[in-house]
Design a protein around this ligand. Structure first.
Ligand SMILES: [Zn+2]
Length: 128
């Protein structure tokens, strides 16, 4: 009996998949207004609306995407692409992945003004 020795094609495929789908995933996210909606939750334009906090997960992103009729399997692809761009949670998506966001602008506005009180999010573990 020959011993079956399967190459890790699955992992290779996943990695290839992420880099090849990334531009298209970003196009879809941009088209459905994902970043603006997330920005609107974490840093509302209207000051009378209390901003949502990032708890170190994709909780807000997930609710936006599900409301935008994305499938669960698509969400896995989307989060894999976001992670490849160092967006490991809701706020990091706006800080690191979105080209512009009010959250990022306000953060640096406050930093430039000498304020450091803006909490980005509760510490969370990440694979690195
Ligand atoms: Zn965060």
């Amino acid at each position: 009996m020959p011993v079956l020795c399967l190459p890790p094609w699955n992992l290779t495929r996943t990695m290839k998949l992420n880099s090849s789908i990334a531009p298209d995933v970003m196009t879809c996210l941009g088209r459905c207004g994902f970043f603006e909606k997330l920005d609107g939750l974490l840093s509302p334009e209207d000051n009378s609306i209390p901003p949502q906090g990032c708890d170190g997960t994709y909780k807000l992103s997930e609710s936006i995407l599900i409301a935008g009729r994305f499938e669960r399997a698509e969400l896995d692809d989307i989060f894999a692409v976001l992670q490849s761009k160092v967006g490991f949670c809701d706020c990091e998506v706006l800080y690191n992945v979105a080209e512009t966001s009010r959250l990022k602008a306000n953060y640096w506005y406050a930093r430039a003004a000498g304020q450091t009180a803006l909490a980005r999010h509760k510490p969370h573990s990440r694979p690195n």
